[in-house]
Ligand binder design. Structure first.
Ligand SMILES: C[S@@+](CC[C@H](N)C(=O)[O-])C[C@H]1O[C@@H](n2cnc3c(N)ncnc32)[C@H](O)[C@@H]1O
Length: 393
């Protein structure tokens, strides 16, 4: 692939994170184009493909818009596809995994579209058939109203797989979502961060990387490393540049969880991440949190599940969460991730919804109480002096 060619690129971002992703692209000196549901268009050269994979915290993939053409018959699809310069992205020993979606088109048989594309790629590369093993390259084919768009994935494994989180518990947040939430909350590492229900520690670990200006893709491999003409020297330079802009973590980052097993996993994940500084995990129930003097951001992703819901204890649980947050974090900004506004209201805190997000297929709201006054608002709500601190949708 010629490193000077300007490519049309697309950063895939989960619903609700598109604007954060746009801001990240702008910080990398790139000019974001159209923002659509599910991602952001931009353009860039080979170096920008490497850099975005290295640095984007909120995106889940970076795609190269490879080709776009109209087709209404399989022979025509083959004829047009075989002429494309596949050798820029696929080596003879690479398997191509083709994911096809067809809508409102004459060609609606997605398996046959994939088969035709595969034959065209094999012919174009001069090989008898696709290899069964070897490195894998993902190709996304989208046929809508007879227009086919082909996108080459440059990332490989999804970008939330930073390489440090091996241990996990139930319902962990994706790293991309945790980082995106911190950026939506404008948390930049200059104030303390606390997650009193930290599970595997996603918020604290992503917070540590943000605070340390640590590139999230430092420790992993990417699909572009298997492209013909992969420029190892360019990648090494970008990694080394990223090392030079790392900075010490100055504010306190603390995670706690009722479950000592989750805390052990969070600590192991921190050990693999290798970001140093005042970062701490400990087993502790939210109700036993000490009163925090210095203010900062407390972010909470409480359990939400059928069991709690069916035995009616959910509302009481969220009421206790509100009471504990208010008592232990006076004057802090308080953020909560929750799928139900009624439960957010049950906390008694004056939350406002600031974003609609997707957490593994579940729609959740990101709610915030700006700093100060949360204690007053909470006690008034509890004592019935307010008509009810409402979570505004
Ligand atoms: C949805 S998970 C959090 C997942 C976390 N954000 C992550 O990415 O791994 C909720 C966590 O709250 C913890 N938890 C439940 N009740 C708690 C309490 N009263 N005090 C502290 N932690 C609690 C659970 O053990 C669980 O790890």
């Amino acid at each position: 692939m010629d490193h000077r060619t300007v490519e049309k690129l697309f950063a895939v971002a989960s619903p609700g994170l598109e604007q954060v992703c746009t801001a990240e692209l702008a910080r990398l000196g790139l000019e974001p184009g159209e923002v659509v549901a599910g991602g952001v268009e931009f353009s860039g050269r080979l170096e920008d493909i490497y850099r975005t994979n290295l640095w984007l915290r909120s995106a889940s993939r970076v795609l190269v818009r490879f080709a776009n053409f109209r087709c209404r018959a399989f022979p025509d699809l083959f004829r047009q596809a075989v002429r494309l310069p596949w050798g820029r992205f696929v080596r003879p020993e690479t398997r191509v995994e083709i994911r096809v979606t067809c809508r409102h088109s004459r060609l609606m048989h997605s398996a046959r579209v994939a088969e035709t594309l595969e034959k065209a790629i094999d012919k174009s590369l001069g090989r008898a058939r696709s290899p069964e093993n070897g490195p894998k390259q993902l190709l996304l084919a989208r046929l809508v109203n007879d227009e086919l768009s082909l996108s080459i994935d440059s990332s490989g494994e999804l970008l939330h797989r930073r390489g440090y989180r091996l241990g996990t518990t139930r319902a962990p947040l994706r790293e991309t979502l945790a980082a995106g939430i911190l950026m939506l909350l404008d948390w930049d590492g200059s104030e303390p961060l606390s997650d009193p229900m930290c599970g595997t520690g996603s918020f604290i670990l992503e917070g540590a990387m943000l605070a340390a200006n640590w590139a999230p893709g430092m420790e992993r491999d990417f699909a572009f490393m298997n492209w013909p003409g992969y420029r190892q020297g360019l990648w090494s330079r970008l990694r080394s540049d990223a090392e030079h802009v790392q900075r010490p973590v100055r504010s306190i980052l603390e995670g706690a969880d009722l479950d000592p097993g989750a805390v052990t996993i969070a600590m192991e994940n921190l050990g693999r991440l290798k970001v140093g500084g005042p970062i701490d995990f400990r087993p502790c129930a939210l109700a036993d949190q000490p009163v925090h003097e210095e203010s900062g951001l407390v972010v909470c992703n409480p359990p939400y599940g059928r069991r709690l819901k069916s035995d009616g204890s959910m509302k009481k649980f969220y009421q206790d969460i509100g009471r504990s947050l208010s008592h232990s974090f006076p004057g802090w900004r308080v953020a909560l991730i929750c799928p139900e506004a009624a439960l957010v209201r049950a906390t008694g805190l004056p939350f406002s919804k600031i974003a609609d997000l997707d957490n593994g297929g579940l729609s959740v709201g990101l709610y915030l109480v700006p700093s100060h006054g949360s204690t007053v608002a909470f006690s008034k709500a509890i004592n019935g002096q307010m008509p009810g601190a409402r979570a505004q949708d």
